[in-house]
Write a protein that binds this ligand. Structure first.
Ligand code: KIV
Ligand code: ZN
Length: 511
């Protein structure tokens, strides 16, 4: 008989903390909604005390998410814990997640506290948190390098205070699967009141063992695993959610454990995160990499054609990769369009549907067949839209291999038309330069790329631009069947992001 292992997603906290993965308020909310569609059990929405912006985003996620527990991280101080609670208290099911380091190394050099003081603090904070919130999780940071007897003592004490989940992280990704298995078994066998709490595993990937360690923990009896989409996270990342979930599903004969996850939402979740952060997944990444289901060699193709199971241990459909073949075109009506949106898991208000349908019609005039990926790209573009201070009105770019490229770009700034001309090495650099001069800020281009959304010469191009104003990096996206149009829109989106983020930060400071 299979049991259910709870999936605790920390993409928005441990994941978002990693370089290049920061998201704005709206992006965090869209990611949280996708995690809800994925049927995550617990969404760790952030670290509320970290900044006013973090507080606001945790609060927003807590308000909007209805079908998952929403957690906020806190250090072991009353201020941290009460701030975490303030941010999540409106959630349907709130959880305070507080932590303190328990290894000798961390206690001596980081906390500069004696073990007795750490134990006392953990007990006091567990009591404090439980008085605020019905559901409290405790993490013993660097648990895998903690003296077992001390760890057992701390866990027993916090469970006595009503903590219902005890998380025992391999904070630095040092443990091996066999060791982590025995470590979880040790907790089960030596913490007298462990039946009153769920054991949670939280593993980092410094030695590439995070997923193996998480699975070992499940085999040893852990009832919750903490992970992130695409395995993003501090340093080498956290355990990848999609790998744990698909391993449990594909090798149920070994693990005898299920999850509540709707695996057909995995590919979409991975794709959305990539779109939000601009951080790409390596092509050979398990489950969600571009090549994960590609069969290039003749022998493999032959085998798969004869019987899929020769080289395919799970189907692309099971992670939502294969498209539903019902293609839309310019003669498709609003009904078919709405049906398609709902089959993809989206529901929108009437006015939003009208707007999306209009964009769909514009696209259908330029592109013969519109696939699920095209629709998703339109939907994501709409969901992530922020107030547009600048928008692209028109551009003319003359280019060639023997002349300098000249770009004339006309923008609308809060409704007024402004125009600029610039020379550059090519159409993109000339266009970007013209926009940057019109905006009047000293902006540096950090990263730029375009990808086709689907196959075919009429495919939509999705451009990503990262710019810096010297303080922060801003990430913009643009979508069009013309790649120069997509690129200029992405640059303008990055400028609008800069304005939006700076304004929401000012606003957040008032919270
Ligand atoms: O890796 C870790 O130890 C953590 C804890 C704060 C839960 O992220
Ligand atoms: Zn961590």
């Amino acid at each position: 008989m299979s049991r259910i292992v709870k999936i605790f997603d920390t993409t928005l906290r441990d994941g978002e903390q990693s370089p290049g993965c920061s998201m704005n308020l709206k992006e965090k909310l869209e990611m949280a909604k996708q995690l809800e569609r994925l049927k995550i059990d617990v969404i760790e929405a952030g670290f509320a005390i970290a900044s006013p912006g973090d507080f606001e985003s945790v609060q927003l996620v807590a308000n909007e998410i209805k079908n998952a527990t929403v957690a906020s991280l806190a250090r072991s101080t009353e201020k941290d814990i009460s701030t975490a609670y303030e941010a999540i208290k409106t959630a349907v099911n709130p959880r305070i997640h507080f932590f303190i380091a328990t290894s000798d190394l961390h206690m001596e050099y980081k906390l500069k506290m004696k073990p007795d003081a750490v134990l006392e603090k953990a007990i006091a904070m567990a009591k404090y948190a439980r008085n605020l919130c019905g559901e409290v999780e405790f993490s013993a940071e660097d648990a895998s390098r903690t003296r077992p007897e001390f760890l057992y003592q701390v866990l027993e004490a916090v469970i006595d205070q009503g903590v219902c989940v005890v998380n025992v992280p391999d904070t630095v990704g040092y443990a091996t699967p066999d060791e982590y298995f025995r470590f979880i078994q040790g907790i089960r066998n030596n913490v007298p009141n462990i039946d009153k709490a769920v054991i949670s595993a939280h593993v980092h990937d410094d030695l590439g063992l995070a997923v193996a360690n998480s699975l070992a923990a499940i085999q040893a009896g852990a009832g919750q695993v903490e992970c992130t989409i695409n395995g993003i996270g501090e340093r080498a990342g956290n355990a990848a959610l999609e790998e744990i979930v698909m391993a449990l599903k594909t090798r149920n004969d070994i693990y005898q454990a299920d999850t509540n996850i709707d695996t057909t939402q995995i590919y979409r979740s991975s794709r959305l995160l990539t779109k939000l952060t601009g951080v790409k997944v390596q092509p050979n990444k398990a489950i969600v990499g571009e090549n994960a289901f590609a069969h290039e060699s003749g022998i493999h193709q032959h085998g798969v054609l004869a019987n899929k199971q020769t080289y395919e241990i799970m189907t692309p459909e099971s992670i939502g990769l294969k498209e539903n073949k019902m293609v839309l075109g310019k003669h498709s009506g609003k009904h078919a369009f709405v049906d398609k949106l709902s089959s993809l898991g989206y529901s929108f208000k009437d006015e939003e549907i009208l707007d999306l349908f209009e964009q769909f019609k514009v696209l259908a005039d330029k592109k013969k067949d519109i696939t699920d990926k095209d629709i998703l790209a339109l939907v994501e573009q709409k969901q992530l839209a922020i107030p547009e201070v600048y928008s692209l009105e028109r551009f003319v770019i003359s280019t060639g291999n023997t002349i300098s490229t000249a770009a004339t770009v006309q923008l609308r700034k809060n409704g007024d038309l402004i125009e600029g001309v610039s020379l550059g090495d090519g159409p993109i650099s000339a266009g970007f330069k013209a926009i940057s001069e019109l905006v009047g800020s000293n902006l540096t281009l950090i990263d730029y790329g375009v990808e086709a959304v689907t196959d075919g010469t009429d495919a939509q191009g999705e451009a990503q631009v990262k710019i810096s104003d010297g303080n922060q990096v801003y990430h913009g996206r643009g979508l069009s069947t013309d790649i120069i149009d997509a690129s200029l829109k992405a640059y303008i989106d990055a400028v609008n992001q800069m304005i939006y983020i700076n304004e929401t930060q000012v606003h957040a400071e008032k919270v």
